[in-house]
Design a protein around this ligand. Structure first.
Ligand SMILES: [Zn+2]
Length: 131
């Protein structure tokens, strides 16, 4: 990848990181909020609140993972810019379109699918695996 392209992706990474940092974590309501208004909540609302908590913590986890991946990609660009955009596994160039969507990826689509299959084979398949 030529240095101008690396700069382009670096800019994308820096912008994405700034967006993620600006969003911040979704605030999780402590389970024992300890105030009476929380206890008076309609019983029907409890499962919904619980589901919202699950969604919020999943989102926070994904955000944390993405921030880590972005900072690793930026480290790579700083230290070994020639390696950026190459698949970690097979050393083939990662498709530009893939990098434009996810500039932090370190695997080409083929290797990423292999990793996913390997990870999925160890656990029960879930509907979200197919999205
Ligand atoms: Zn690969």
């Amino acid at each position: 990848m030529n240095p101008n392209d690396v700069e382009t992706f670096k800019a994308l990474l820096v912008r994405r990181r700034a967006e993620l940092l600006a969003e911040g974590d979704v605030e999780l309501v402590p389970e024992n909020a300890g105030d009476d208004t929380a206890r008076k909540v309609d019983e029907d609302a409890a499962p919904l609140a619980e589901m919202n908590q699950v969604i919020a913590s999943k989102r926070n986890l994904e955000r944390t993972r993405q921030l880590e991946a972005i900072s690793e990609a930026l480290d790579l660009i700083a230290e070994e810019p020639d390696d950026y955009g190459q698949c970690e596994d097979c050393s083939e160039p990662i498709k530009r379109r893939r990098l434009e969507l996810m500039p932090w990826v370190t695997l080409c689509i083929r290797c990423a699918e292999q990793h996913e299959r390997a990870a999925a084979s160890g656990r029960r398949r879930h509907i979200t695996d197919y999205k």
